[in-house]
Design a protein around this ligand. Structure first.
Ligand code: NI
Length: 329
């Protein structure tokens, strides 16, 4: 009797222990290198914290080759693909080329050299001409306040903008300008000290452009190819003295006047169309705050955010000196 009781007790203890185990849900988890493990659900967060996933789909990523091939691999292998020239975004594999007779084509990067050898010209514009696009432009900077915030947003969403900068400010903050260049943004000149060019002599106009271009060259390693005249003010003397295209705008946010984030957002989102050039200023924090909403919303609406030169090229324009442009459609 005593013996039976003892084994009964042992059995009950075992059953109790088993019910403890079964109360712990077992889940399957996946490492970024393809390993699979089964763990108690209570340990899930700890595994996730060190990079495991509870969805198999999360462990893989698709990468794109310059010739258009795509492959899906475990995330742990992705850096090795990027290191040999593959891309995370399909758009990055594309280039736009032109034959100079009004014809353009969208090709893969891998084909670019062959087309160039055949007399076409083009760049890895990372722009798809078939999709809508817009250029955000920022005047009067660089600044130490708004410009870095705007660059952070552009970097986060992997998009580009054009900055029309003052030589006087580039001289103060050359590293801000350098960062913008290195991110693939375009730097145009907005003169050295923001005068009304229409009131200056040809010599003074040329001097404003020469001195500001020198500062931009020092910061970026290349001279600007576009001028935005302060106040949008120009005449024939300005056009002749500029010796580069003049870039105006088709969407005016009036951010310098309102200094109001919500109004900036509304000004852009209520009217921006394919081919527009949007005017803002990277010296006001309300503008920088607005950019945090404007960029993701334009992307959501299918716009590509490109530089002014990319926009012109993708729309089939070859810009000429002494000509003013306010949009490219
Ligand atoms: Ni200005």
């Amino acid at each position: 009797m005593k013996k039976i009781l003892k084994s009964l007790c042992a059995g009950m203890a075992l059953a109790a222990a088993m019910s403890l185990v079964s109360a712990q849900e077992v889940v399957t988890i996946y490492a970024p290198d393809g390993r699979i493990a089964q763990i108690y659900e209570s340990d899930l967060e700890a595994y996730k914290a060190v990079g495991w996933y509870d969805n198999f789909e999360d462990t893989v990523q698709t990468v794109y080759a310059p010739d258009g091939r795509s492959e899906t691999h475990f995330k742990a292998e992705i850096p090795a693909y990027l290191a040999v020239g593959w891309f995370e975004n399909r758009d990055d594999t594309l280039a736009v080329i032109f034959d100079g007779k009004g014809n353009s084509a969208l090709i893969y990067l891998a084909e670019l050299e062959a087309y160039r050898a055949a007399g076409w010209f083009g760049h890895p514009l990372r722009v798809d001409p078939a999709r809508p696009m817009v250029s955000l432009t920022f005047d009067d900077g660089p600044s130490l306040s708004a410009t870095p915030v705007i660059l952070d947003v552009l970097e986060k969403y992997r998009v580009r903008a054009t900055f029309f900068q003052l030589g006087s400010e580039v001289a103060k903050y050359p590293l801000v300008t350098k960062r913008a260049c290195e991110m693939g943004c375009e730097i145009g000149t907005h003169t050295y000290s923001h005068p009304n060019l229409a009131k200056l002599s040809s010599w003074d106009i040329a001097s404003q452009i020469r001195t500001s271009s020198a500062e931009i060259s020092l910061a970026c390693g290349s001279a600007p190819g576009l001028l935005r005249p302060p106040y949008g003010s120009y005449n024939d003397t300005v056009k002749a003295a500029a010796s580069m295209p003049l870039i105006l705008w088709s969407v005016d946010t009036l951010d310098w006047k309102t200094r109001d984030t919500q109004k900036d957002i509304y000004a852009v989102l209520s009217s921006t169309k394919d081919g527009d050039i949007v005017l803002m200023h990277d010296i006001y924090m309300p503008t920088a705050e607005a950019v945090k909403t404007i960029v993701p919303e334009l992307l959501k609406r299918g716009f590509q955010l490109v530089t002014v030169s990319e926009l012109a090229a993708a729309k089939g324009y070859s810009m000429s000196a002494a000509t003013a442009y306010s949009s490219f459609r």
